[in-house]
Design a binder for this molecule. Sequence first.
Ligand code: MTE
Ligand code: MO
Length: 380
Amino acid sequence: MTTTGTGVGPAVFTSPQHDARNAALLGSALGNSFTVCFTTGLFSHLAQYAPGWFELPARPARLYRVTQGVHVTTGVASIPLLLSKLWTVYPHLVSRPPVRSVAHAVERLALLPLVGGALFLLMSGTANVARWYPWTFNFPRAHFWAAWITIGGLVAHIGAKAGTSRDAVRRTPRDPSLVVSSGAARRSFLGGVAGAAGLLVVATAGGTISPLSRLSALAQRRPDDGPQGLPVNKSADGAGVTDLIDEVAYRLRIEGAVATPLVLDLAELRALPQRKAELPIACVEGWSASARWRGVPIRDLLDLAGAAPGASVFVESIQPRGGYRTSEINSRQASDLDTLLALEIDGEPLHPDHGFPARLIGPNRPGVLQTKWVEKLVVT
Ligand SMILES: Nc1nc2c(c(=O)[nH]1)N[C@H]1C(S)=C(S)[C@@H](COP(=O)(O)O)O[C@H]1N2
Ligand SMILES: [Mo]
């Protein structure tokens, strides 16, 4: 029978799973998944809330789709890893004496932001993916700051534990109190955790990869479910635009830094040269879906109004209220011909839920910036 390490009574925690080798292996898996999740999350934050020094490129067109899929998938896979890691090491958390030295006290204090932050990130992220908002705080902001706090805790933790972990993985403990077991029970525990993480990955990836969607019990969106084969989060009714959409009265306004402000009706927009592009909608919540769009390149509209080369655009929706009724198109994306004011999907006018009469769709943009029911382009 294996005991569990420093200061813990052997009779209390006797499961061989509470050992240093499991803790080290789970810890390094978690360190990796958190690092990838943090990096892709940071990229997503830059893409959605671009600071002055950052311009999201338009290419590769599917970059954001991939990074956000990886972000949500590594986050979901981290849940069984974190829970099993906490279970593996919790005897240490309740061991006596609680603090053995100053270094030990610092090491334990660093666990607060690490464990607290990690639990907050995984829970708020999961709730967001499930589109359940039981909080009043601003999710992206809270999730973003919690990520920095957690990564700080992670760096401190890796600094404190790297040596112990290496010893445990190599089964050469210098510290005689470090218990390293071997055996089938330990391996089957790790196998179970890996299996759970793998199942969650497949189930989540189905939100992005169509062939997996039948296995996708957890993906809250199937890529092909919704009008015109595309999912809908915010319907025309939900956005309060149903009564505001009028095919005849509709006008697109192009104003701001232009030589000639323009007002175009739908017939005029349809009469302009149209361009086709197959582009995904890649929601920050982790689902994505590709569609064949057709519409007028934003660049052509800017040229028509006499905007300066390299202009950027502020897009406004008919939608009267809501955080996602506007977006920006930076100059790199505005000059890409595939950034469209889309009028059609698969040769049909857009469904009202997809933004009829016109929506923005462009390469490598987070879904939240693909504004629906567009009525105004303000050139800046
Ligand atoms: N006007 C408007 N455009 C919008 C939104 C919105 O709420 N209002 N939602 C955005 C989000 S979050 C995504 S992912 C894409 C696709 O969302 P959908 O599933 O609601 O079509 O549209 C974007 N365009
Ligand atoms: Mo979204």
